[in-house]
Ligand binder design. Structure first.
Ligand code: ADP
Ligand code: F6P
Length: 336
């Protein structure tokens, strides 16, 4: 009995995570640094070594791996972008690339890996987990388009940045009594557009999820709103619909109302993270280390129903998320 107990304790010690790797992958997002810092400091506080991997999976395959100390993440919580840089990496999508990445993790003694990114990055983490590297995903994207979570690192900052910019466009739009199209990011997802649409009191929100919107109906609505005494008409257009510059020309021609397009672009991905992004990313980073210490693998951390939770990556990737139809309906009523 005593022997069995000793064996179990030895196995537990043997199985203990000793070195954690951390990388950021896909599009950067404000708050990623807060998550990195939390991973580093939670690990170090528990006598776990931390290795930072530069440039996502690309850097992993190129062995761009550095040791991280508590001081290396000093003065980073308030900074936008990612101190580890990020990249997209085609090779990681291949079996050969995945085998190589797992072998490199083993070579550097990385027995737990925290991947901060979106669904694509989680798919990479899933492959590594199948190859014996314990992985935990943290949702990092300004798009809010990860199905298993109500919150993604960076969305709050990005949506506030866009909202402030749109307020400024609205001022000049009102002065000139114009129609203004403001294009926000989101190639495949309309969450930024929806939130800005409501927060900025837009007349119309165009999202990639709403594929075939009727431009003629939009033109008629602009004219109708003018008749009702509106001093401007704000259209929030998601990048996935795009074509804002040409759309502005067509609307001006069809309505006779001066129309301008503003494409906000990558300024939405930068800047100092909001308090929410700093706090949530910090909690998620700490939770990722705790999960690895509990021997968990192939998990993704999320925020649901007011709680920080975790899901199996396979389950997380099979979940679906849709634009909340009720919120979209409300945005239309409020544009009266
Ligand atoms: P995000 O993580 O924001 O969804 P991407 O879709 O660009 O961004 O994915 C980021 C990276 O994750 C890709 O460049 C690739 O290296 C890796 N990745 C994406 N899909 C897979 C996959 N199916 N298998 C393995 N790795 C993947
Ligand atoms: O996924 C985040 C995101 O900013 C999307 O909103 C946007 O469509 C895309 O990345 C832009 O990617 P890139 O920086 O490669 O142009």
């Amino acid at each position: 009995m005593a022997e069995d107990k000793k064996k179990a304790v030895l196995e537990e010690i043997e199985d203990r995570v000793r070195t954690i790797g951390v990388l950021t992958s896909g599009g950067d997002a404000p708050g990623m640094n807060a998550a990195i810092r939390a991973v580093v400091r939670t690990a170090l506080a528990n006598d776990i070594k931390v290795r930072g991997i530069r440039r996502g999976y690309h850097g992993l395959l190129k062995e761009e791996i550095i040791d991280l100390s508590a001081r290396d993440v000093s003065d980073t919580i308030q900074r936008g972008g990612t101190i580890l840089q990020t990249a997209r990496c085609q090779t990681m999508r291949t079996e050969e690339g995945q085998q190589k990445a797992a072998a490199i993790c083993k070579k550097y003694g990385i027995d737990g890996l925290v991947v901060i990114g979106g669904d694509g990055s989680f798919a990479g983490a899933q492959k590594l987990a199948n190859l014996g590297v314990r992985t935990i995903g943290l949702p990092g994207t300004i798009d809010l388009d990860i199905a298993c979570t109500d919150y993604t690192i960076g969305f709050d900052t990005a949506v506030n940045t866009a909202m402030e910019a749109i307020d400024k466009v609205r001022d000049t739009s009102t002065s000139h009594e114009r129609c203004s199209i403001i294009e926000v990011m989101g190639r495949d997802a309309g969450y930024l557009a929806l939130w800005c649409g409501i927060a900025n009191g837009a007349e119309r929100i165009l999202m990639p999820e709403e594929h075939d919107f009727d431009e003629q109906a939009l033109v008629e609505d602009i004219l109708e709103c003018k008749k009702r005494g509106k001093k401007n008409y704000i259209i929030i257009n998601a990048e996935g619909i795009g074509d804002s510059i040409n759309m502005a020309k067509r609307i001006e021609e069809a309505t006779g109302i001066e129309t301008r397009a503003t494409v906000l672009g990558h300024m939405q991905r930068g800047g100092s993270p909001t308090c929410k992004d700093r706090v949530y990313a910090s909690v998620m980073g700490a939770k990722a280390v705790e999960l690895l210490m509990q021997g968990k693998t192939n998990r993704v951390v999320g925020y649901r129903g007011g709680e920080f939770v975790d899901y199996d990556i396979n389950d997380a990737l099979s979940m679906k998320k849709q634009i909340p139809a009720h919120q979209y309906e409300i945005s239309k009523i409020l544009a009266l």
